[in-house]
Structure formats: C-alpha cells, structure tokens
Write a protein that binds this ligand. Structure first.
Ligand code: HEM
Length: 500
C-alpha cells in the first residue's frame, strides 16, 4: 500500500518536474518571442518578473534591462517591454485602429473582477463598458467643468496655505512639514469633495482619514493579485492566504465608498462635481451608468484623481529642493507674475511657463504610473515598432525606464526643467514624444487637465507664500530609489517652510 503511494508521489513529482523543464526549454528555444532580447531567467519563466514586482524595484530592474538589451526587452515568456517613442503610437493609438485589426486591449490581469456579479470599471478590461464610462464621465472634465470646479479646488488650497502660515507664525516664522502627507491630505480632500460631495477633513485636521490610508496601501495588494493571476488557478488561493484584517479593511473601504456615493446622489442641490456629470448623462442619454457602476467607478476615481497628483507634486518638490537654481527661477517667475497671493488662481497659474516645465520634469523623474499596466495583443497579432508580435503577448511602454533612458533623454537623471522649453533646452536631442506621463490613445488619463490645474495652483501658491528648504535630509538621493508596487511607496519629505 505505502509502496504504491510512494511510487505515485515519485511519479507525480517526476512528471511535474518534467513538465516544468520542458516548459522552460520551450520558452527559451521554441517560443515565438525567442528572437526578442532579454535575460534568460526572465525569458524562461514569469517567476523572475514576479520577484522583481514583489521586491518593489521593478521600475529600476526594467531600466537596467533596457540599458543592457535595448529598446525592446522580453521581460517574461509572454511579455515585451518597450521604451521607444513610436511604441506609444503602435501600442496605445494605432494598434487596432487599422482596418481589419482588433484593438490592443487592457487585460484582466491587473484589474480583474473579484466577483462574477461585480460591474466593470473605467479601469477594467471590457472595452465596451470602458467607452460608455468615458462618454458618461467626459462632462466632468471639459474646460467648462474645470472652470466650474476651480473655486472648490481653491478653497482647499487656501485652507492648506493658511494652516501652514499659522504653523509658521507659531514657529517664529518657519515650520517643518512632511509635504508628502500634506499633499495627500489636500488632493484626497479635493477628490473626495468632487466624488462624494464631502472631503475627508484631512486638510483641516492635519491627519489622514482611515479610508485614505487603506487606499494608499492597495498598491501592494494589487501587485500580489496580479502576480497570482499570471499563475491561474493559484489566484483562487488568495482568499485563504489573505489575512482577516486585510479582508476587513477592504470591506470597510468598499462599504464606505458605496455609502458616500449614495449620500452624494441623495443630495438634491446642483454641484459641479464628477457625480453630477454622470447623473446629467443618465438623464439625457439612452445608455445609462447603473448605480452599482457609479459606486465602483467613484471609488476608483477618487483615488486615481489624488494619489497620482500628490505623487507628481512630491516628485516636483523633491527635484526643486535638490536643484536650487531651478527652485530660484520657479519662485521668481511666480512672485514676479503676481502682485498678491490672492491673484493666483487656476486660470492665472496656467500661464506660468517655467512652472509648467518644472512639473513636466517632476513627472519625468517620478512618473506616478512608473510601471504601466500591460496591454494584450489580439489573437491576430500586430506589428509594433516594425516587428511582428504574436497574439496573446503582453506589451507595455513602461514609463520609468522610458523617461530615464539615455536613448530618449540627455543627462536623464538630472532635474533640468529647461529641457521642456524648446528655445533654451540644454539637451536638444531629447525625444519628447517618448514622454507621455498621462498615457495616449483611448485610455489617456481623463483627468489630465484637472491634474494640471490642481498641480499648477498648489505649487504656485506654495512657492509664492513660502521659501522652501529641506527640513531634514531625505533618505534617498534620487526619487527612483524608492519602491514602487503599482504606486510609489513614498518616504516622508520633511520640508522647511519659511514665510516670506
Ligand atoms: C499627475 C496626475 C496624473 C497622472 C500622471 C495620471 C496618469 C494616468 C495614466 C498613465 C493613466 C492610464 C492608465 C492605464 O490605462 O494604464 C490614467 C488613467 C486615468 N486617470 Fe489619471 N493621472 C493623473 C491624474 C488624474 C486625475 C486628477 C484624475 C481624475 C480626477 C484621473 C483619472 C483617471 C481615470 C479615470 C483614468 C482611466 C481612464 C481610462 O481608462 O479611460 N487621473 N491616468
């Protein structure tokens, strides 16, 4: 009896090993992607990619791989990473736009539905649902909508600047703040107000809301789920390995979002927010966004509209504090453009050219979407960067390696805003078409203009009112030394604010 069981176990282990070895050899020597360059460990199995993702340094690993292997690297048996500017066009814009070609779509690995009855979201892989959500939400991001939302954004920015001013007054003219936390408080409050009809109260209290803290830790969870999704059916184990505490937090997060959206929908007064745009769309059009879909999308939007902008501004301030010459020029531009702090608003801040270049440079060195969610080539295959890519291949233009590569930018690790000013760029060979921090094509960030309004206003107000210097030396010398999962794991940034 025991002999039979022993033999069966040996056969099972032997069979599994045989299968794994055959698969590894196939991936290296026979796979249709075998002619694409890349390290053997990454080409043979998805495991090496998963390790990089779980370590939190995928963005740096990808940069090192592109430095060594060139603009296209096979980073898993079935995945190609690109950094060339024309890849943006082929993957996100023209891919699928040619007659007879199916689209290169988002895949369900990263944002898979957790339950069959869960609706799709604007971030999901169902392109029909995505197109409908885009149409419904577009009204919230038009020029007029942003103009109408501006006074609301300004209220929260005022609140933060006044809090800083009174903290500086009590500190004899200056104060030290963790600007990373404050930018989170502020952007989540603005986003919360426009999504739920009320803020999280963090800018006023100076403390994080538990919902926001949980949301900011989701990156690791999403990265873990994505890793398991590549090894189906292993993802089914997730519910058994996920600690009860984490599950409870996820339930709390979802329930609170749902409750807040329902409260907002009940509000009868008109407000120029994201929900109103969808309610108006539902009133006017034959196609609708259901309550379930609205609730899910708002919980995504509130996050997509805040963590991203706060990361970008933290990266901008990091760059400015590391580069006194740029800090001086940005500060002088703002202070000479406005006679009074109260003159700075969303509209007037949009005219600041150097500040715009500074923000672009912050987005280049610390792109909020550092490692982009891959797309999947349709079964018919597609030509990308002049080479045939078989159907089923995951393809991505990864932002961090693209923006930091010497093939796209001169002196790529230095904070040089002038590279975005065509008349004075010290690096005229820069390939600015390789720089798309908001993506391109039909999934291009819907909140791009909103983000620009918000970032310009906040940074202009901050630099107008205070002289900024380090409150304590940062742990890292370069923004990219920090970890990323799907979001950056940002260190605190202690900044001294001295009243002018
Ligand atoms: C600096 C700030 C921001 C950056 C760098 C950024 C970047 C991006 C990127 C790269 C994507 C594409 C993701 C993908 O498909 O792989 C995206 C999509 C999206 N972003 Fe932003 N974003 C920012 C701010 C915002 C803001 C302020 C909002 C809303 C208020 C927003 C809402 C969205 C939404 C809803 C999508 C999904 C769009 C779609 O799939 O059609 N983002 N963003």
């Amino acid at each position: 009896m025991f002999e039979h069981i022993g033999r069966a176990v040996v056969l099972l282990i032997g069979g599994s090993l045989g299968y794994i070895i055959t698969k590894l050899l196939y991936n290296i020597f026979l796979h249709p992607l075998r002619h694409y360059p890349g390290p053997i460990a990454w080409q043979a199995t998805r495991l090496r990619w998963v390790i990089a993702l779980q370590r939190g340094y995928m963005h740096r690993d990808l940069l090192a791989l592109h430095d060594k292997y060139g603009p296209i690297v096979r980073v898993a048996p079935d995945e190609l990473s690109y950094i060339e500017s024309r890849a943006w066009k082929d993957v996100y814009i023209t891919g699928g736009a040619r007659p007879g070609h199916a689209a290169i779509e988002r895949n369900g690995i990263w944002f898979r539905k957790q339950r069959a009855d869960e609706p799709y979201s604007i971030m999901g892989e169902n392109e029909d649902a995505h197109a409908r959500f885009r149409r419904a939400f577009m009204g919230a991001f038009s020029d007029k909508a942003i103009k109408d939302q501006a006074p609301l954004i300004e209220i929260y920015v005022d609140m933060m600047i006044q809090r800083f001013a009174s903290m500086a007054s009590s500190g004899g003219g200056s104060t030290v703040v963790d600007i990373v936390s404050w930018l989170n408080f502020l952007t989540f409050d603005i986003s919360g107000d426009l999504s739920f009809g009320e803020s999280f109260g963090s800018t006023e209290s100076g403390a994080p809301h538990p919902w926001v803290e949980i949301a900011c830790n989701f990156g690791k969870g999403i990265a873990l789920i994505a890793s398991l999704n590549y090894f189906a059916p292993l993802q089914k184990l997730l519910k058994y390995i996920m600690p009860a505490k984490v599950r409870e937090k996820m339930v709390y997060h979802r329930e609170l979002s749902t409750q807040k959206v329902r409260q907002r929908v009940q509000l009868k007064k008109e407000r120029p927010d994201f929900v109103q745009a969808v309610l108006k769309y539902n009133d006017e059009k034959a196609e609708k966004v259901t309550s379930d879909e609205l609730e899910l999308n708002m919980s995504i939007l509130v996050f997509a509209g805040s963590e991203t902008s706060s990361t970008a501004m933290a990266s901008v301030l990091f760059g400015l504090l590391q580069t006194p010459k740029a800090m001086k020029r940005a500060t002088e531009e703002i202070r000479s453009a406005f006679a009074r702090e109260g003159d700075i608003d969303v509209a007037s801040a949009s005219k600041l050219e150097y500040l715009t270049a500074v923000i672009n440079e912050g987005l280049r060195l610390g792109p909020p979407s550092a490692v982009t969610v891959p797309r999947i080539v349709p079964p018919t295959g597609e030509e990308i960067c002049g080479r045939w890519v078989p159907g089923g291949t995951y393809v991505t233009v990864n932002q961090y390696p693209s923006f930091r590569s010497t093939t796209n930018f001169g002196n790529p690790n230095a904070f040089v805003p002038e590279r975005f000013l065509p008349k004075e760029t010290p690096t005229p060979g820069d390939d600015l078409a390789a720089f798309n921090p908001f993506l391109a094509g039909r999934h291009v960030c819907i909140g791009q203009r909103f983000a620009w309004s918000e970032m310009r206003l906040i940074l202009a107000r901050l630099l107008y009112a205070f002289d900024l210097s380090w409150g304590a030396a940062p742990r890292v010398k370069d923004w990219g030394e920090q970890q990323t999962f799907i979001f950056w794991q940002k260190d605190p940034l202690l900044v001294r604010l001295t009243k002018r």
